[in-house]
Design a protein around this ligand. Structure first.
Ligand code: GLN
Length: 543
């Protein structure tokens, strides 16, 4: 029997609902339960694929090629369960389906309405593809009280009635702010937010309170009283030094116990949290430190590179060091003079990105890393920039560039119009819609015998990694580039699409067309990140 846990948020946004859901999922998993996590986003976009990273943070791509909310990244990093298209829905997608059905005449003359048609569609999504799971955790995006969130709250209210109380539990996350001038914690915002939830017919079973300090019992009692829950159902969630501590702290505060009790499951075995203890220990007490420069575009907002930052932390966990991350806007490096800033770092990473702004700065950073023997990791656009750099400065291809950038004379990176997928051939053209038309999701890559990457992936001949890009390295320049020492060591199985390049004779220089950061976990650091940080450790001993 699958049980459902609905996670809502109140008072303010950015409370970390996604992390809360992910950590609760990890706790239930540590007790032997099978879990799935999903996110319901009330905004009108069909998916976050066309949203600016500044608006929405990173777009998290799943194996099956869905462009989803970054919270799905937290879910995967905490539970290891690969997210799917069926784990993220938006108002835009729900309405898109309903309007298409209405045009086909599927509603047979009925008036199509929010209740029941939209709410039914939401519940169909929640219930679909859940077989075999003990718990499905559904996070509702936004904050209780938002207009666009109402159909979602109404839908889960209806669904909890249908399922019965032993199959549906509501967890509400709120903020208990400290007011310095009064020297007091304030429970009123929590009371109001629960009142709002109850006015739509949802009585939360558990109120999780984010707070920057201990919440005294007197205040917890007040919250319990006004929110109509028992004292033990008010669970404090205090600030932590690393996000990987959240499962441990929640367990200490009894969150998993109260959740299970709310379902009437009183005799669940205790969780085995040794993995999380080990991770936290390694993050808290590293044996050294390395400095990694991330030379990108959206460096002002770290959410834009959420998975990347975490994957670097995982690389640190694998090597027992703390990576100190310097986020630098690549535009800075368009002038040669500022490049020397990078000389002392132990690793340079150029991440994925779109558009021309700052591209020359990335190319300069790749050149410096190549010339000075500094470990270089190029991801997606970062690989493309490294290839353009090698084409210009090693292979002597004057005017080498990417057709993504206006005025490019020699497209060493260009638009491939057709490529092989598992199911046949995919096509792409310059005039395509921007949404959902990139090479998205999992694709195979064959690793060359004797290459660095082959050894890093444990000798595997074929690997699968996730993609999100429109342009490809132009295979036509392979010979000229390989003659310079840039080895195309990972290729699509049909040999048409370069997936990985590495530089012979360099301490560590790897470019990948895919996004390995999406699959890295704290308990299973991605081999490329583990090896990159290891190379940075070796570099730190040299400088
Ligand atoms: N802009 C490049 C492309 O579309 C790279 C994309 C990325 O880095 N994710 O191919």
């Amino acid at each position: 029997m699958t049980r459902f846990i609905f996670v809502t948020g109140g008072v303010v946004s950015s409370l970390g609902k996604g992390l809360a859901a992910a950590a609760l999922g990890a706790l239930l998993q540590a007790r032997g339960y099978k879990v799935r996590l999903r996110k319901l986003d009330p905004y009108l976009n069909v998916d976050p694929g066309t949203m600016s990273p500044y608006q929405h943070g990173e777009v998290y791509v799943t194996d099956d090629g869905a462009e989803t909310d970054l919270d799905l990244g937290h879910y995967e990093r905490f539970t290891g369960v690969p997210a799917r298209q069926s784990d993220n829905i938006t108002t835009g997608r729900i309405y898109g389906g309903i309007i298409a059905a209405e045009r086909r005449g599927d509603y047979l003359g009925a008036t199509v309405q929010v209740i029941p048609h939209v709410t039914d569609a939401i519940n169909e999504f929640i219930l679909a593809d859940t077989e075999g799971n003990d718990f499905v955790l559904c996070e509702i995006g936004g904050t209780v009280g938002d207009i666009e969130g109402q159909p979602f709250l109404e839908a889960i209210r209806q669904l909890s009635n249908e399922l019965g109380r032993d199959r549906a539990v509501f967890v509400h996350l709120t903020l208990v702010p400290y007011i310095p001038s009064a020297g007091e914690l304030k429970t009123k915002p929590t009371q109001h937010s629960v009142k709002e939830l109850r006015s739509i017919g949802i009585q939360p079973d558990i109120v999780v309170c984010r707070c920057d300090r201990e919440i005294p019992e007197s205040e917890r009692k007040k919250i319990a009283l006004f929110c109509n829950v028992r004292l033990e159902q008010v669970v404090p969630a205090l600030d932590v030094s690393t996000i990987y501590e959240v499962p441990l702290r929640y367990h200490e505060q009894g969150l998993d116990d109260v959740v299970l009790r709310a379902f009437g499951l009183d005799d669940a075995p205790p969780p085995d949290l040794s993995v999380w203890e080990e991770i936290v220990e390694r993050v808290r007490a590293p044996e050294g430190e390395v400095t990694i420069a991330i030379v990108g575009k959206y460096t002002g907002l770290q959410d834009a590179y959420k998975s990347l930052g975490e994957a670097l932390v995982h690389g640190g966990i694998a090597n027992r060091v703390r990576p100190e991350l310097l986020w630098i806007d690549s535009e800075v490096f368009e002038t040669e003079a500022s490049l020397h800033q990078l000389e002392g770092v132990h690793g340079i990473l150029v991440p994925g990105g779109f558009g021309e702004r700052g591209a020359e700065g990335k190319i300069n950073a790749a050149r410096l890393a190549r010339e000075k023997g500094i470990p270089y990791f190029g991801i997606c656009l970062g690989m493309q920039m490294a290839v353009i750099e090698a084409a210009r400065n090693l292979a002597g291809i004057d005017g080498a560039g990417s057709s993504e950038f206006p005025g490019c004379r020699v497209p060493v990176v260009g638009l491939m119009t057709e490529w092989q997928t598992e199911g046949g051939r995919a096509v792409r053209s310059a005039g395509d819609d921007l949404g959902g038309t990139m090479r998205l999701g999992e694709y195979p890559c064959d690793l060359a015998d004797g290459s660095l990457v082959r050894s890093l992936y444990g000798g595997a001949e074929r690997i699968f990694e996730r993609h999100r890009h429109r342009y490809e390295i132009n295979i036509g320049h392979r010979e000229a580039l390989e003659a310079t020492g840039m080895w195309f060591s990972g290729m699509s199985p049909d040999g048409a699409l370069p997936e990985i390049v590495e530089l012979k004779g360099h301490p560590w220089f790897v470019g990948v067309q895919f996004h390995p950061e999406l699959k890295s976990k704290p308990f299973d650091p991605h081999p490329l990140f583990a090896s990159f940080i290891d190379a940075a450790v070796r570099q730190s001993r040299l400088v």
